[in-house]
Design a protein. Structure first.
Length: 98
């Protein structure tokens, strides 16, 4: 999905469980440790809220480009129920006063 629709879909991969139910996967890969920070978009956060029963975050960490290997874990559900989210950036638009 990410290759066709870009980042706007709110997830990277559309998959299915063996019983045929849909599974939305957001993949995050970093060279950092398991507890290291990573980033999600507002769209990914919103999608995880709206599709919490079908949403999975796949986290690859300690990724080594030379060996193409890393460690992995997965969590199901909305991002805000599984992680501490820290807002660090805001888009600023000229408001009604200006």
């Amino acid at each position: 999905v990410a290759e066709i629709e870009g980042d706007g879909a709110g997830y990277d991969i559309e998959s299915y469980h063996l019983d045929g139910t849909r599974k939305y996967i957001e993949l995050k890969t970093t060279t950092g440790t398991e507890s290291g920070d990573f980033y999600v978009t507002a769209n990914e956060l919103q999608f995880s809220r709206q599709h919490s029963e079908e949403f999975y975050l796949y986290r690859v960490y300690d990724y080594n480009e030379q060996t193409n290997r890393g460690k992995f874990f997965a969590v199901k559900g909305s991002l805000e129920n599984n992680f501490a989210l820290l807002p660090i950036q805001f888009r600023v638009k000229l408001g009604p006063q200006g």
